[in-house]
Design a protein around this ligand. Structure first.
Ligand code: NAD
Ligand code: TYD
Length: 375
């Protein structure tokens, strides 16, 4: 069946993997990538799909309600996968207003446009509300921080992995965001659920753990540190490096999004995670070892790059997701072992130095002008 699907934030890190998966897998879908192209949006991430007949790029701000409603009407939109957001905690500490604007007002505008368009369609007898789907991508950071009750690590009850405390984030864990980023995402999640409860909009929310893999903007830990190790630049470890994150390979997240968009239940929340907790300092040592091995440097040659710096304000201690609901109900689980995922990721960044150079020099933003301004 022909379906017109908006993916917001498709030029960003996770978005480009979702756009690629959907355009390649569903030739009968029309994928409309709506992205403002902020500093984090890079159309060069989508070079391999930009000429696909079932793909359209629209440069637009999700906060601009009239424009978004126009896109719904023009493309007769059947579904939304909403990823566009400001996504970096450190930026949110410096500039919380931009996060409130994009993540809260932007999500609200997307919801309002969807509701307006779909209510019109229903009133005209053209569609039923149940045919629509608004899928909101969120983060585990809305749940706050878990305690590290077992700093040495213990074996998990539900997976083969080491955990640093028995408690994990579940779908019913209470929201307790700490950073301006997570507060803005929490607020957007509440708006999504409110639009279901108030107007009957068919919505789904997922809360995912830290993603890693190709095309991540090099302000986030993994790409930043791979690039610094390569160039033998200092690695700024916040605090004592003991903080724990649960890492998921980005293509596994994209697969989960595909599964949930098609088979998830309306008005449900699903947690998505890697069952893969790592203390930052251990992860950084793995990155150093992997880069050094691939570049034929003596093992441990770059360990002295580790530089402990002032901790991030309000730095959440530990994130860890329990995604058994998603496994039990929809059969999804992570497919890639962490060692394999890190190897692929490190090799990708080392082999794509040009991508990294254009990003770090700011040249990537010219791609839009060259590719699209004459179309
Ligand atoms: P990103 O920062 O790499 O990309 C965000 C994209 O949104 C960019 O292409 C940017 O241009 C676009 N954008 C920003 N403001 C916009 C606006 N006003 N209008 C239209 N487009 C706009 O982010 P990401 O890491 O790919 O994260 C995508 C989503 O997934 C976010 O909602 C984030 O909260 C969520 N998430 C991310 C992670 C992670 O580890 N990266 C984990 C869980 C959830
Ligand atoms: P980040 O990639 O920013 O993701 P998030 O804050 O959403 O978890 O950071 C991952 C972890 O790495 C987090 O505990 C903060 C830490 N970190 C550093 O120690 N140094 C850095 O330069 C960065 C960017 C992050």
């Amino acid at each position: 069946m022909k379906r017109n699907i908006i993916i917001t934030g498709g030029a960003g890190f996770i978005g480009n993997h979702v756009v690629r998966l959907f355009t390649n897998k569903y030739s009968d879908y029309h994928i409309i990538n709506v992205d403002k192209l902020t500093y984090a949006g890079n159309l060069a991430n989508l070079k391999d799909v930009e000429n696909n007949p079932n793909y359209t790029f629209v440069k637009a701000d999700i906060c601009d309600l009239d424009t978004i409603l126009g896109i719904f009407r023009k493309y007769d939109v059947d579904g939304v996968i909403h990823l566009a957001a400001e996504s970096h905690v450190d930026r949110s500490i410096k500039d919380p207003f931009t996060f409130a604007q994009t993540n809260v007002i932007g999500t609200l505008s997307m919801l309002q446009a969807a509701k307006t368009y779909w209510m019109e369609q229903v009133a005209e007898g053209k569609k039923q509300m149940s045919d629509f789907r608004f899928y909101h991508i969120s983060t585990d950071e809305v749940y706050g921080a878990l305690e590290m009750t077992n700093p040495e690590g213990i074996k998990s009850d539900i997976s083969d992995h080491t955990v640093y405390g028995k408690e994990l984030f579940r779908e019913d864990t209470k929201y307790q965001p700490h950073s301006p980023y997570s507060a803005s995402k929490a607020s957007s999640d509440h708006f999504v659920r409110a639009f279901h409860d108030t107007y009957g909009l068919p919505t789904i929310v997922t809360n995912c753990s830290n993603n890693y893999g190709p095309y991540q903007f090099p302000e986030k830990l993994i790409p930043l540190f791979i690039n610094n190790i390569r160039h033998r630049k200092p690695l700024p470890v916040y605090g004592n490096g003991e903080n724990v994150r649960d890492w998921l390979y980005v293509e596994d997240h994209a697969r989960a999004i595909d599964t949930i968009f098609h088979n998830g239940k309306t008005n449900e929340t699903y947690n998505i995670g890697g069952f893969n907790e790592w203390k930052n300092i251990y992860l950084i040592k793995v990155l150093i070892k992997t880069v050094d091995r691939i570049l034929n440097r003596p093992e441990g040659a770059d360990s002295d790059l580790i530089t402990f710096v002032t901790d991030r304000a309000g730095h959440d201690m530990r994130y860890a997701i329990d995604s058994t609901k998603l496994k039990r109900e929809l059969g999804w689980e992570p497919s890639l072992q962490f060692e394999e995922g890190i190897e692929k990721t490190v090799r990708w960044y080392l082999n794509n130095q040009e991508w990294m150079d254009t990003i770090t020099s700011g040249d990537y933003q010219k791609y839009y002008e060259d590719m699209y301004s004459n179309r």
